[in-house]
Design a protein around this ligand. Structure first.
Ligand code: F0G
Length: 354
């Protein structure tokens, strides 16, 4: 009997197509192998044939785990003593978990008060040193870059080349599940690392002859931090989608090239639109993602409105993070429970609508 995709983890599963690691350096928690979910009701709302790549089912609840298995395995192989990252939350949760498993010290620097509760809990409980700054993600990234340049500490933000090597595997899984490339790929963009990784995954598959063409790449951003849409940095990024609250995308050139070369583009969505789609995806399809992930759906809706994505197109939207990450927004966006006495009649009145 052969092991399942999750049990193997990405590095063992795609050994022939990823950087080589010694067996005892591989740091895996069973990442990858996430489902591609057909979403007919949500698709009808958008006027497309929609699939959801549910990356919230990775070990720490986000797509970051794909890049952390490769980055931490490389760090372990190189004998690194410590890793560091700046994060809007998910990178810190993933780095903390993979560093714990590798037995390597982890320092994470986050924008104070702007990280969803679940992500903060993950980094703290995994034993990372969590440092908050009175500043943005962009400030935090500048600080950790200096630290990693001046000291023997490995940077595990997506400037680390191993990160994108791991993340590109999601494109390969989509091709395996669909049997072909989708017409459009839509994903939320912050630093532009993930859209770059997907594009790399698809172009490599195309070069191998696995697919006959390439998807168009659509990057979705929150209006208050839409640096790629505007074509310039945003000085004070602000959005409820805190995971993508980034004003100076470090992968802006490659992300721009992915959208441009594929014949795709970028779309912005307002916070209210993002929250509306965050509700639609779970109420239509039962798939609970974090608000930042729903930016892909809100951006797609606006790209449909503007005529960029045609009616009936086959679209894969990436839901990058799990809804459990951000309980505060989930509760604010839903009805509170009703409170009743512990009596049969009281429950009957509720159930039957008395
Ligand atoms: N979706 C989620 C849930 C994210 O956490 C991120 C990035 C993105 C999308 C955007 O990906 O930056 O590669 O364009 N989160 C980083 C972090 C910045 O620190 O967790 P990108």
């Amino acid at each position: 009997m052969s092991a399942s995709a999750r049990t193997l983890g990405l590095i063992r599963r795609y050994r022939d197509r990823l950087p080589a690691y010694d067996d005892d350096a591989i740091v895996s928690i069973g990442e990858g192998g996430t489902p591609l979910i057909h979403a007919p009701r949500l698709g009808a709302r958008l006027g497309v044939d929609l699939h959801l790549k549910y990356e919230g089912l990775n070990p720490t609840g986000s797509f970051k785990d794909r890049g952390m298995t490769t980055a931490l395995s490389a760090a372990k192989q190189d004998g690194a003593q410590a890793v560091i990252c700046a994060s809007t939350g998910n990178t810190s949760a993933s780095a903390a978990a993979y560093a714990a498993r590798a037995g390597i010290r982890c320092v994470v620097v986050i924008p104070g008060g702007k990280v969803a509760l679940g992500k903060l809990a993950q980094a703290q409980v995994a034993g990372a040193q969590v440092v908050q700054i009175d500043g943005s993600f962009d400030d935090a990234l500048r600080m950790v870059r200096v630290m990693s340049e001046e000291h023997p500490i490995t940077l595990v933000n997506n400037l680390n080349p191993y990160r994108l090597e791991g993340q590109k595997t999601a494109a390969w899984e989509i091709i395996e599940d669909l049997g072909h490339q989708p017409e459009w790929m839509c994903l939320p963009v912050g630093n532009g690392g993930n859209i770059t990784a997907y594009w790399r995954g698809f172009t490599e598959s195309h070069a191998r002859g696995d697919i006959s063409g390439l998807p168009r790449m659509l990057g979705a951003q929150a209006e208050g931090s839409a640096a790629m849409v505007r074509g310039e940095d945003v000085l004070n990024p602000e959005t409820i989608a805190t995971a993508i609250r980034i004003g100076a995308p470090v992968r802006r050139e490659e992300a721009g090239a992915a959208a441009h070369d594929s014949g795709g583009g970028f779309a912005a969505a307002a916070d209210r639109e993002i929250l509306d789609w965050f509700g639609h995806v779970v109420r239509d399809e039962g798939v609970f993602c974090e608000p930042s992930s729903a930016a892909s759906l809100a951006g797609l809706a606006n790209a449909r409105r503007d005529g960029l994505v045609p009616e009936g197109a086959e679209v894969v939207c990436v839901l990058t993070g799990n809804g459990l990450k951000d309980p505060d927004n989930a509760i604010a966006e839903s009805a509170p429970p009703v409170t009743i006495p512990a009596e049969r009649d009281a429950l009957e009145r509720i159930v039957l609508g008395g």
